[in-house]
Design a protein around this ligand. Structure first.
Ligand SMILES: [Zn+2]
Length: 207
């Protein structure tokens, strides 16, 4: 969506002491913090978060269940920039499924593409899109590399986050449709690291 110089690495992990002063439950506060970092870095798109352990999810029941270990390790990459920014398809793919995952803290509008490279099938997930992005989609539709897949949603439609794309590679979709876990618990990490390799394999952001 931009050239290499437009990306800067953003640390949203529990070890970033800067975040102590940011209300992570407030989408607008997070958006302001990221915009401020972008100005400091003279850059446009904050990215990062693969295998990052985060406090970001503690507000949402979506990631908590008293009987289950907390899910707070992020297994995709996030690209933070303005709402409505175009999301460009990184590789040819067919629409596997799409859905508006509309609980607070969830993905909001989400698209999953299916890809074939030589004999390998794998999937990519695009979360926190605008509602418009999934309006005229059909399962099986082909998107070519470089085509407009959708646009970033705002906090009223994207699960109540500062605008960003959650991008994740998934080898085995299991039985999921329009959804797939984007964070996991420590005890499931080995499985998810294997099933969801580093998204930068496709994005190739340097830094
Ligand atoms: Zn994410």
């Amino acid at each position: 969506m931009h050239s290499q110089e437009d990306y800067f690495l953003l640390d949203l992990s529990v070890s970033n002491s800067d975040l102590a002063g940011v209300n992570l439950t407030d989408a607008a506060a997070v958006e302001d913090y990221i915009a401020q970092q972008a100005r400091l870095q003279n850059s446009k798109v904050a990215y990062g978060g693969y295998l990052e352990e985060r406090n970001l999810y503690q507000r949402s029941q979506h990631f908590k269940n008293e009987s289950i270990e907390e899910r707070n390790i992020h297994i995709g990459v996030d690209l933070w920039t303005q709402a409505e920014t175009a999301v460009i398809c990184p590789i040819d793919g067919w629409v596997h499924s799409f859905k508006n995952n509309d609980s607070i803290g969830d993905y909001g509008p989400t698209i999953i593409l299916k890809h074939k490279l030589e004999n390998h099938t794998f999937y990519t997930l695009y979360g926190h899109l605008s509602l418009e992005s999934i309006k005229n989609l059909k399962t099986g539709m082909l998107f070519k590399k470089g085509e407009l897949l959708g646009n970033l949603g705002n906090s009223s439609e994207n699960g109540d986050y500062a605008p960003h794309l959650h991008f994740q590679i998934i080898k085995n979709m299991e039985t999921y449709k329009g959804d797939y876990p984007g964070v996991c618990s420590k005890s499931d990490l080995n499985f998810y690291m294997e099933n969801c390799p580093n998204p930068n394999l496709l994005l190739k952001i340097k830094n």
